[in-house]
Design a protein around this ligand. Structure first.
Ligand SMILES: [Zn+2]
Length: 405
């Protein structure tokens, strides 16, 4: 840790002359006594435990988080007991493999299978309210300051024949109650199930329009991408855009780069869910880069669903280095048995990202959020101050202490 121990810190001007020179001439050797602390890999600044704690304390943005996939086993058990619903078991540990990914699960369809059990939670609007409230609580516990929760109203409603209006009432009540208790701000994204056809899509799109002024900000296309490409949904998603909704599409996860292209060009996607396989077609990758389309990447989920073989082969850093606005998201935190912090730790540790990179990931998330410009600007100031404070606490105030906490 010698190089780190001799870091020259000037908190009012992080970029030292040495770092500026290094940027100007990458071939010149870096003077070991002067380096900008923001350019040091986080894992070289602190031990693993401190890094986890640091990344947990950082304000974070989660743009790709499924409400249904956020339900914790204990919440499902509590609802099932109250409503008299039969579960394979009422023991939390024994129930986990029914909801959460195990070593045996390898594909997106294995992942989707978990929702057969998860669906048992959606008995009525009170249960939907509880699931929603708990999901926001978990995000808040992980210091996710802004989260866009996506959900499929038709999937929830169809479990026990609830009306979609009751689903919506449950979600909105849950969000409203959570708003009083927690600091996490939320947006809602409605999901079109791609295996259910254009008629279903049109129904969900109308529903999203109806709830546009009550927190629904966008329309998403989700579920079995392998068997159901996005093309047939172009018209419905264009209608959503015309109605003032934003669009995000699951693409380049179980399907290839062509789905990313169609989602952007024909469905008018503002963001792409995952986009892992975009690189398979350099022309599509170029389009994503040139248009600055944010990718909602979900590192743990991307490995679990087989979108990428391993974290080593994950294209996150490649895209980041190219200037594509990549963001880090949790997807289905309960199904993956993770928090967003876990995803940050994995990515930051694996690729040796620096403080500056971490700041960029958070701000990329905010920039790509489906929020009005003025609200984003206010949050940018707020998160900027919070980030500086966390960095001060973990790094600047203790530059010679590698195990800060
Ligand atoms: Zn997803």
């Amino acid at each position: 840790m010698d190089a780190v121990n001799r870091i020259n810190i000037n908190s009012s001007n992080y970029l030292t002359q040495a770092a500026q020179n290094r940027q100007a001439d990458a071939s010149s050797p870096l003077p070991s006594d002067k380096v900008d602390i923001k350019d040091v890999p986080v894992k070289d600044l602190m031990d693993e435990k401190s890094m986890r704690s640091f990344l947990k304390d950082m304000p974070k943005v989660d743009l790709h988080r499924h409400l249904e996939g956020s339900i914790q086993p204990k919440t499902l058990i509590s609802i099932a007991k109250r409503k008299g619903i039969e579960l394979p078991t009422y023991d939390e540990a024994e129930l986990k493999p029914y909801l959460q990914i195990t070593d045996k699960d390898k594909t997106l369809l294995d992942f989707i299978k978990k929702f057969d059990t998860i669906g048992k939670a959606f008995t009525d609007k009170e249960a939907v309210e509880e699931v929603t409230y708990e999901a926001v609580k978990d995000a808040n516990d992980d210091n996710v300051k802004y989260a866009e929760f996506r959900f499929s109203p038709v999937y929830m409603a169809s479990q026990y024949g609830m009306s979609v209006e009751d689903v919506m009432k449950g979600v909105l009540d849950g969000v409203a109650r959570a708003k009083k208790d927690f600091n996490t701000e939320t947006g809602l994204i409605m999901i079109v199930e791609r295996q259910m056809g254009p008629e279903h899509a049109a129904f969900v799109e109308k529903l999203a329009e109806q709830y546009k002024d009550q927190g629904v900000v966008a329309l998403d296309l989700a579920n079995d991408e392998f068997n159901f490409p996005p093309g047939p949904y172009a018209q419905v998603f264009q209608q959503a855009k015309e109605a003032g909704l934003k669009v995000t599409v699951h693409a380049g996860e179980a399907g290839g780069a062509e789905n990313v292209r169609v989602s952007i060009e024909d469905l008018k996607a503002d963001r792409i869910g995952h986009g892992v396989r975009t690189f398979e077609d350099p022309a599509v990758e170029k389009m994503v880069r040139e248009r600055g389309i944010p990718l909602e990447m979900c590192p743990t989920s991307n490995v679990q669903t087989g979108a990428t073989k391993s974290l080593d082969s994950h294209p996150f850093k490649k895209y980041y280095d190219e200037g594509i606005p990549v963001t880090i998201n949790s997807d289905d935190p309960s199904v993956s048995n993770i928090t967003l912090t876990d995803d940050y730790v994995k990515i930051v540790d694996k690729f040796g990202f620096t403080l500056r990179d971490v700041e960029k990931f958070v701000m990329n998330g905010l920039d790509a959020a489906f929020l009005p410009k003025d609200e984003k600007e206010a949050l940018r100031q707020k998160y900027g101050a919070e980030i500086a404070q966390v960095e001060q606490e973990y790094v600047v105030a203790h530059p010679f202490n590698t195990g800060v906490r």
